[in-house]
Design a protein around this ligand. Structure first.
Ligand SMILES: [Zn+2]
Length: 490
């Protein structure tokens, strides 16, 4: 999209010049096929007295088919920047005798002062990054040397966005069909939160874990979001919604009217609401192991952080005690060993102090050992718990889990609580061991959320429409990069 005039362009342009460009004294004739960047190029390199006239390649009346005669020329500024002229014609058929201006439909839409290319930029940039109209306007000025007011950039983007997006979405759907990319039935589900004008919203998404296609992706006000909605959403995610891919089109009245997609496994985090819904859908439920482990680690971290602070304090105290002992020993250096005379009060006091400090040292060392042992123990169990999910057979995983479960009374409180809880849904966390095609975590969807709706945008939008548009751009990009591995052009 940038810097259109490459050396190869000029050479190829030279070849076609014979047919499409005609040099006469003080005038260059271009046929309506010639792109506007050539007009700009010629305008830039030619002296001022040379004018450029666009004329029809085949001057035939569009109304009656008769030949056209050249009539007059009409001034036109491409992008309010490059002055060219459009040839006007008169129909030779006397009963028709219409006046026709060279239409430049490839370059520009009727009654527009900016070219199609310029009008497309806002939406094209939006595919890459959500930036302000102000900045888009600056970028156009830098790249094309055209100063367009922010409001105009916004207007161009607004009127073109639906067409721009739906064309790409249609192309994506078409490519998916052509390549026969099928749903695997192994689906990641999650929610993510953001706000519009300080009002809390939720984005609810399901993704195919194998081919990374998005099954369903919606936004709604947080206050309207509940477990009933989750059930509806999950149910619809398993239906073919391609006829309803336009996000503004409501879903059909009853899910039974839709074609089923492949139904196999649902991956979620540990929220208990999902359990009965997924059971009702007769699907395998895989609870994200990453979330599980985080649930285990969080209370442990709280304790170990505390222990680490205590350890540091104890170590500092020990250091001070050691210094003090050294100091006291230095003071009593060179003194005769043996009993200290009763009247030497200073020496007696020092000796007592030294004894006390040495006792303190022993105690502090003991305390440090104890804390270190506790920390080691936590680390040991953290590793044990992670390992459970890494075994290659269910048998080994179960054995390790049972070994922990049987020692409940001897485990640190935080670990025991987790192990006890894990018993309830242990089978839902090891499906990835049973079947290699089931992912261990919901990381794919977490990644999708992070890429398509980064944190920095989560409070920036002012309207639902704005968020929806933005997400459509980002979803197209996701498909380009993660599903089709091909840039979509329209
Ligand atoms: Zn005519």
């Amino acid at each position: 999209m940038y810097s259109k005039i490459a050396p190869t362009d000029i050479i190829s342009a030279e070849l076609i010049f014979k047919d499409y460009v005609d040099f006469e004294e003080n005038v260059i004739y271009l046929t309506d096929e010639v792109p506007d960047y050539i007009a700009k190029f010629l305008d830039d390199i030619m002296p001022d007295y040379v004018i450029i006239i666009y004329e029809m390649f085949n001057p035939v009346c569009p109304y009656c088919g008769a030949k056209l005669h050249k009539h007059e020329i009409k001034k036109w500024d491409i992008n309010k920047q490059t002055t060219v002229y459009k040839q006007r014609y008169k129909c030779t058929n006397s009963t028709c005798s219409k006046t026709i201006t060279t239409p430049l439909s490839k370059i520009v839409e009727k009654n527009c002062c900016y070219t199609k290319e310029i009008r497309k930029i806002g939406n094209e940039l939006e595919d890459l990054e959500h930036i302000s109209y102000e900045k888009k306007s600056e970028l156009i000025e830098k790249q094309y040397g055209i100063k367009i007011p922010r409001q105009t950039v916004q207007y161009h983007e607004f009127i073109k966005s639906e067409q721009y997006l739906s064309q790409k979405e249609e192309k994506i759907a078409q490519l998916i069909q052509e390549r026969n990319i099928e749903f695997s039935g192994i689906i990641g589900y999650d929610e993510s939160f953001f706000s519009i004008n300080n009002e809390k919203y939720v984005r609810i998404t399901s993704i195919d874990s194998k081919n990374h296609m998005i099954l369903n992706d919606q936004i709604m006000k947080y206050e309207d979001f509940d477990k009933y909605f989750i059930e509806i959403f999950m149910t619809y995610s398993l239906k073919d919604l391609t006829p309803y891919s336009n996000p503004d089109m409501p879903n059909p009245k009853h899910s039974l009217l839709l074609t089923d997609l492949k139904k196999d496994t649902m991956i979620t985090d540990g929220y208990t609401t999902y359990v009965p819904i997924i059971e009702k859908l007769h699907m395998t439920h895989q609870k994200c192991v990453f979330h599980k482990i985080m649930n285990q680690r969080t209370p442990v971290w709280k304790t170990t952080n505390k222990l680490e602070r205590q350890l540091k304090n104890k170590e500092n105290q020990l250091e001070k005690t050691k210094e003090k002992i050294q100091q006291l020993e230095k003071q009593s250096k060179g003194q005769k060993p043996g009993r200290i005379p009763l009247k030497d009060k200073k020496r007696r006091k020092n000796k007592k102090k030294l004894k006390k400090k040495k006792q303190e040292k022993t105690q502090q060392k003991k305390d440090i050992k104890k804390i270190e042992k506790q920390l080691e123990e936590f680390e040991y169990y953290n590793n044990k718990i992670s390992e459970i999910f890494n075994y290659d057979t269910v048998q080994k995983a179960e054995m390790e889990f049972n070994r922990l479960y049987n020692q409940l009374d001897f485990l640190p409180e935080e670990v025991a609580k987790f192990v006890k809880n894990l018993k309830k849904d242990f089978d839902k966390t090891i499906n990835h061991i049973k079947r290699k095609d089931i992912p261990k975590t919901n990381n794919l969807l977490e990644g999708f959320f992070k890429i398509t709706f980064p944190k920095k945008y989560k409070r920036r939008f002012r309207t639902e429409k704005g968020v929806k548009n933005y997400l459509r751009h980002m979803t197209i990009r996701w498909y380009e990069r993660n599903v089709l591995h091909e840039k979509i052009t329209t």
